[in-house]
Design a protein around this ligand. Structure first.
Ligand code: HPA
Ligand code: ZN
Length: 333
């Protein structure tokens, strides 16, 4: 049995496996510029965040109907459950779909069809986090928030993703104020490729409760001290950082140093279909590459539930943390 964990940094569009992409392309009459799933997978050699995003948004052309979004989420939930995920807070990018003529309702209703029975079918509780594309104008984010109003009962929080450099959190201050006024919670990607100053802005100007990635806080000792003191969770994605060249190799990843510094770290998969593993695979990889022992892995799992938006179900949070505490790691032969 795998270690129970929550996944807090997961883009549902990033779970689109090449085989499913080709199946959906055939069903929807979309032609992909790759011969087959293997050829597509061979194209997954990224230079940086932008080179990934170009391919990633292009492949979303295959997602058109509620059925497609339901199939995407169902495939993720099944795989995640198999790797010990018991709670998932799932990002989606409405603007990546509305820009192609797919209504936000199609996206939310389609995803919800899978999420609504995830607990019963897979033992995974879920929340949805609506992300704004930071390289689009703030007005577009505001229009997206407006368009989401009929679906707010299904959405827990807002987030900020896509190309970070040159698009500071300050650009979205009003949008985040409006989101908070609607009762939404707040997270944002910051400090993946952007500087530590973007992490400060996310905290001070947007009022985020968690920072997605936050890796580059390590360049700013005062900021680290603050993140520790305020117990701001960071949703780290080590395999993503390697594939998008934020770090050279997994062995160079600062996760262990960040935990030593007292930061509230969680480990997540980001876009598992593209970056070589789901969250259980990621735990396994950091265990091997960074020599994190069983108690460190237990700490990461505990952190994932502590940092989750399970505030409306403290009983479930407590039960899951108790399962983490009682978990018996397999003894090596
Ligand atoms: N960063 C920014 N935007 C993204 C990412 C990421 O790691 N994954 C999917 N969209
Ligand atoms: Zn991300």
């Amino acid at each position: 049995m795998p270690l129970p964990k929550a996944e807090l940094h997961l883009h549902i569009e990033g779970t689109l496996e090449p085989e499913l992409a080709f199946a959906l392309a055939a069903r929807n009459g979309v032609t992909l510029p790759y011969a087959d799933a293997d050829a597509l997978r061979r194209a997954y050699l990224f230079e940086d965040l932008q080179s990934f995003l170009d391919l990633y948004y292009g492949l979303m052309a295959v997602l058109r109907t509620e059925d497609d979004f339901a199939a995407l989420a169902e495939a993720y939930l099944e795989r995640a459950a198999g790797q010990g995920v018991r709670h998932a807070e799932i990002f989606f990018d409405p603007q990546a779909h509305t820009a192609r003529g797919v209504a936000i309702g199609t996206v939310v209703e389609g995803l919800s069809r899978a999420l609504d029975h995830a607990e019963e079918r897979h033992g995974v509780s879920t929340r949805l986090i609506m992300c704004f594309l930071r390289d689009e104008p703030a007005e577009s984010a505001m229009a997206t928030l407006e368009a989401a109003k009929p679906y707010l009962h299904r959405i827990t929080a807002v987030g900020l993703d896509s190309a970070e450099a040159g698009h500071p959190p300050s650009k979205f201050r009003e949008v985040y104020e409006a989101a908070a006024a609607l009762g939404l919670r707040k997270v944002a990607h910051a400090g993946e490729e952007g500087p530590p100053a973007y992490i400060r802005e996310a905290l001070d100007l947007l009022g985020v409760e968690r920072v997605d990635h936050g890796l580059r806080c390590m360049e700013d000792a005062e900021l680290v001290e603050r993140l520790v003191r305020e117990r701001i969770p960071l949703t780290l994605c080590p395999l993503s950082n390697v594939r998008l060249r934020a770090v050279d190799t997994l062995e160079d990843h600062p996760l262990a140093r960040m935990m030593d510094a007292g930061l509230l770290c969680t480990v997540n998969s980001d876009d598992p279909a593209y970056f070589g593993g789901y969250v259980g695979d990621t735990f396994h990889a950091v265990h091997e590459a960074l020599a994190l022992d069983d108690e460190r892995l237990r700490e990461l799992a505990r952190n994932s539930f502590e940092a989750s938006f399970l505030d409306d179900d403290e009983e479930r949070r407590a039960r899951l943390i108790a399962e983490v505490e009682a978990y018996e790691f397999e003894k090596p032969e």
